[in-house]
Design a protein around this ligand. Structure first.
Ligand SMILES: Nc1nc2c(ncn2[C@@H]2O[C@H](COP(=O)(O)OP(=O)(O)OP(=O)(O)O)[C@@H](O)[C@H]2O)c(=O)[nH]1
Ligand SMILES: [Mg+2]
Length: 662
């Protein structure tokens, strides 16, 4: 059997979980259909998910169809849980992007489609909820073509829209409509290769050609239906099996895989969900876990045939639940050379909030619990602030409530969150260079380190490289040039977590320009310094880097969001006035009959004000949705996090030094 790891992705509430349930039912894995509204589905299994009717964690269910094992990965759509989607994206062979035929293309739909395209994940679109009043397939497809991709191929025809009896029948055999649809796709494709398809004699070869184009992410088949009534779902399933490529299954050699989900069993055992990319993973294999060392695999379960079963091994393409990988974190690469593809990033969390236990004696337990939760979701990023309070990074209010409820339900911890505040970043203003020399008596450490920090493109993150005479690398301490560069790069990354104003420094390149050491032979450096050790580099690098950073100076930047508001036309001018007072930039403004749609870029700190004011401005008729846009320099005085020293810098004893161990 060949695995097909298939992600179900969409804006919140589009019907992913309902569709997952329906596909399981259609494939015969379950004989009774669960419902999100009753809290009885296969994938929304957490108590919180059932109470709230939203998906919070990625879940895997599987079934066999012919010679294919389909692993369905149901993801959350709420923007507070976008990091779950981020991780799922790295393990997919294909995706179904669900779009509601009533709401149409929504902000998260676009965000996800862009990510799927960037990662070259073959994607089929499913226009759901054809049974709901207001459903419109043609309008939705037109929106898809205008806002997502013009490489659509509509795979069938709908009837009875907006009623329980709505249907979607997939084209088959020689349906001329399919040829017409392909002709449209050809026109959009230019010389991309679809042109040749139309001339082919048989519909079979035409469809095979389409599958090849889907695999190349050059065409997106569009199916329609209703996950609730089941209309169109058998056709969708057949289309997925026909048109999406299978996972590569090269089982030779040692295993490489990626951890995309971690859960704890009732008894507290840690289970890692690993997508095998290459090779074979066996029980008792010792596997490398990136920076977390080497661990023996204690047990393996492989997904297939409706469940996951104990197996002695898992092979490339499969999804396995793996026991024994103690220190693993979500996102880790298991085995292999460690050089997995760089993880895909949506937006970082833009908020943080202090969390305190209501019972003072729960402090230690709270730390441990947050440490465990952070291992399942590295972006939770727990740290201690200067006042000794635990601070967690957050995407939004719903995530905050979910965290509080999880701490209460799973750990028996009653906590209070302070109001969330916006997390800024710092970017270097210009190049800054600093060095400390081995033979300088003022340098207390037995090493030479020279560093340059330079601004880099917005959104590029932190890069580290070396540019000194390679003969001067201390290979008697670090063995290889790579190991030395990795060690210094690690010290650099940790130092940059705390910039001049207390925020993390990003979008820069740090270059090691000078390096020297003393082996203990020959003339000793002044000040009675002994032979250079790893500790000298570990302690000196942060000092030099902070000096370089002070010379470069930094600009504090705050997150900006793109807010999309819908409101009655009558409320438009009042809303525009309010947005202007918040220094928002109107990117577009359109009206359809009575309704106006506004796209506005705003500082994240001001978005709350818009949320609060909108009901008043629009008589309760407006709503607003936001997505992360970018970071922009703060207007006016830059906010400082941590204890300021008075010279525009914060004490290095600030928060990051006191990271919670995981
Ligand atoms: N009428 C109708 N309702 C649907 C359909 N599919 C889903 N729903 C309803 O839409 C709501 C959301 O469905 P879910 O399956 O939870 O949507 P989701 O995309 O998984 O939501 P999140 O995981 O929270 O992002 C529920 O009330 C479903 O009953 C459909 O085809 N027709
Ligand atoms: Mg769901």
């Amino acid at each position: 059997v060949q695995p097909l790891n298939l992600g179900i992705l969409a804006h919140v509430d589009a019907g992913k979980t309902t569709l997952t349930e329906r596909l399981l039912y259609t494939a015969g894995v379950i004989t009774e259909l669960g419902s999100v509204d009753k809290g009885t589905t296969q994938t929304d299994t957490l108590a919180l998910e059932r109470q709230r009717g939203i998906t919070i964690k990625t879940a895997v269910v599987s079934f066999d169809l012919g010679d294919t094992t389909i692993n369905l990965i149901d993801t959350p759509g709420h923007p507070d849980f976008i990091s779950e989607v981020e991780r799922a994206l790295t393990v997919l062979d294909g995706a179904v992007l669900v779009i509601s035929a009533v709401e149409g293309v929504q902000p998260q739909t676009r965000l996800i489609m862009r990510a799927l395209q960037r990662l070259s994940v073959p994607t089929v679109l499913f226009v759901n909820k054809l049974d709901r009043v207001g459903a419109d397939l043609a309008r939705t497809v037109a929106q898809v073509r205008a806002r997502l991709t013009d490489r659509t191929v509509l795979m069938g025809a709908a009837a009875g829209l907006g009623t329980r009896a709505a249907t979607f029948d997939a084209y088959g055999g020689d349906d001329p409509e399919l040829r017409d649809e392909l002709a449209l796709a050809v026109a959009a494709d230019g010389d991309g290769g679809l042109g040749g398809l139309l001339d082919r004699a048989t519909i079979a070869s035409l469809r095979a050609g389409l599958a090849a184009r889907v695999a190349d992410v050059a065409a997106h088949p569009v199916y329609g239906g209703s996950a609730l009534t089941g209309a169109g779902c058998a056709g969708l399933l057949a289309g997925l099996v026909e048109l999406l490529p299978r996972a590569p299954t090269d089982a030779d050699g040692p295993a490489t895989g990626r951890v995309f989900k971690i859960e704890r069993t009732r008894s507290g055992e840690k289970v890692c969900y690993v997508r095998l990319l290459r090779g074979t993973l066996r029980v008792r294999d010792h596997v490398a876990l990136g920076e977390h060392g080497v661990r023996p695999v204690a047990a393996i379960e492989v997904f297939g045939n409706g469940t996951s079963t104990r197996r002695p091994a898992a092979t490339a393409g499969q999804i396995a639940r793996v026991w024994g990988l103690g220190p693993a974190q979500v996102g880790d690469v298991v085995g292999g050379d460690g050089a997995g593809a760089a993880p895909f990033r949506f937006a970082p969390p833009t908020l943080e909030a202090a969390v305190v236990p209501r019972r003072a004696r729960d402090g230690v337990a709270l730390r441990q619990a947050l440490g465990q939760l952070a291992e399942q979701d590295p972006l939770i990023d727990v740290r201690l602030d200067d006042a000794g309070a635990l601070v967690v990074s957050l995407y939004g209010e719903v995530q905050k409530e979910v965290l509080a409820a999880t701490l209460a339900d799973d750990y028996g911890l009653d906590v209070a969150f302070a109001e969330a505040s916006v997390v800024c970043v710092e970017r270097p203003r210009r190049d800054g260079v600093a060095r400390a020399l081995l033979r300088d008596p003022a340098n207390p450490y037995s090493a030479t380190v020279g560093l340059r920090v330079a601004p880099a493109a917005p959104g590029s993150g932190v890069a580290f490289d070396v540019a000194f005479d390679s003969r001067l690398a201390p290979l008697h301490i670090y063995k290889t040039h790579e190991a030395f560069a990795e060690a210094i790069g690690g010290f650099v990354a940790r130092t940059l977590e705390l910039g001049l104003y207390g925020w993390a420094v990003t979008d820069c390149t740090v270059t090691m320009t000078e390096c020297d050491y003393y082996t203990g032979d020959g003339p000793a450096p002044p000040g009675g310094k002994g032979a250079t050790s790893a500790a000298d580099f570990r302690r000196l690098t942060p000092l030099v880097l902070r000096a370089a950073l002070r010379r470069a100076g930094t600009v504090v930047c705050e997150p900006h969001l793109l807010a999309r508001a819908e409101l009655p036309v009558t409320a438009l001018s009042a809303t525009l006035g309010f947005v202007a007072r918040l220094h928002g930039v109107v990117e577009s403004s359109t009206t359809h009959g009575e309704t106006a749609t506004l796209a506005v870029r705003l500082a994240a700190a001001d978005v709350q004000a818009l949320h609060r004011q909108l009901p008043d401005l629009t008589g309760g008729e407006g709503f607003v949705e936001t997505t992360f846009a970018d970071y922009r320099p703060v207007r006016g005085r830059p906010p400082v996090r941590g204890a300021p020293t008075g010279d525009g810098t914060v004490t290095a004893g600030g928060s990051r030094a006191a990271r919670v161990p995981r």
